[in-house]
Design a protein around this ligand. Structure first.
Ligand SMILES: [Zn+2]
Length: 150
C-alpha cells in the first residue's frame, strides 16, 4: 500500500516540483492533491527535490537550486515575475514600459484603474507620478468614505 503511494509520487515528481517551487503549494496541499499524507511527501521530499525549505518564504526559495524562476502573485503588489537570478520585476511595470517604449523613470508608478492589482490589461494600467498617484488614492478613499460613512 505504502509502496504504491510512493511510486505514484515518484512518477509525478516533475509536477510536484512545479507545484512546490512555482505555484508555492505547501506540502500539505500537495499531499491533498495526491491523496496521501503530508508525512509521505516529506519522507520523499529529498528524492522529489522539494526539501530544504521550511517556510514558504520566497526569498529562501529563490536561493534554493530548485528555483527555476516563474511567476508569483502577491496580494499587495500584483504579479511579480522573476526575470533572472535574484531579479524580480512587477509585471505591470514591464507592460507599462513596453507601451511607453522606454523604462519607467524614477517617481513614475503604474496604477490599476479598477483596483485589481492582478489585472494587467493595457486599458487597466495608468502611468502617473508618485505624488499624483498618492493624491489619487487619497481622493478615492475620500469619495469612498463620503459614500459609505456619511
Ligand atoms: Zn494605484
Amino acid at each position: 500500500m505504502r509502496g504504491t503511494v510512493f511510486n505514484n509520487l515518484r512518477e509525478n515528481k516533475e509536477v510536484i516540483k512545479k507545484l512546490y517551487w512555482e505555484n508555492e503549494f505547501p506540502m500539505q496541499e500537495i499531499a491533498k492533491h495526491f491523496g496521501c499524507s503530508r508525512q509521505s511527501i516529506s519522507k520523499l521530499s529529498k528524492e522529489l527535490e522539494i526539501n530544504g525549505v521550511k517556510t514558504s518564504s520566497r526569498c529562501i526559495r529563490e536561493k534554493h537550486q530548485g528555483w527555476k524562476g516563474g511567476i508569483c502573485k502577491f496580494p499587495r503588489n500584483g504579479i511579480i515575475i522573476t526575470t533572472g537570478r535574484n531579479k524580480q520585476r512587477l509585471e505591470h511595470a514591464l507592460i507599462a514600459e513596453k507601451i511607453l517604449g522606454r523604462n519607467l523613470r524614477k517617481g513614475e508608478v503604474v496604477h490599476h484603474i479598477n483596483g485589481n492589482n492582478y489585472d494587467n490589461r493595457n486599458e487597466n494600467l495608468l502611468i502617473c507620478t508618485q505624488s499624483y498617484h498618492a493624491r489619487f488614492h487619497h481622493k478615492m478613499s475620500d469619495i469612498y468614505m463620503r459614500e459609505h460613512f456619511n
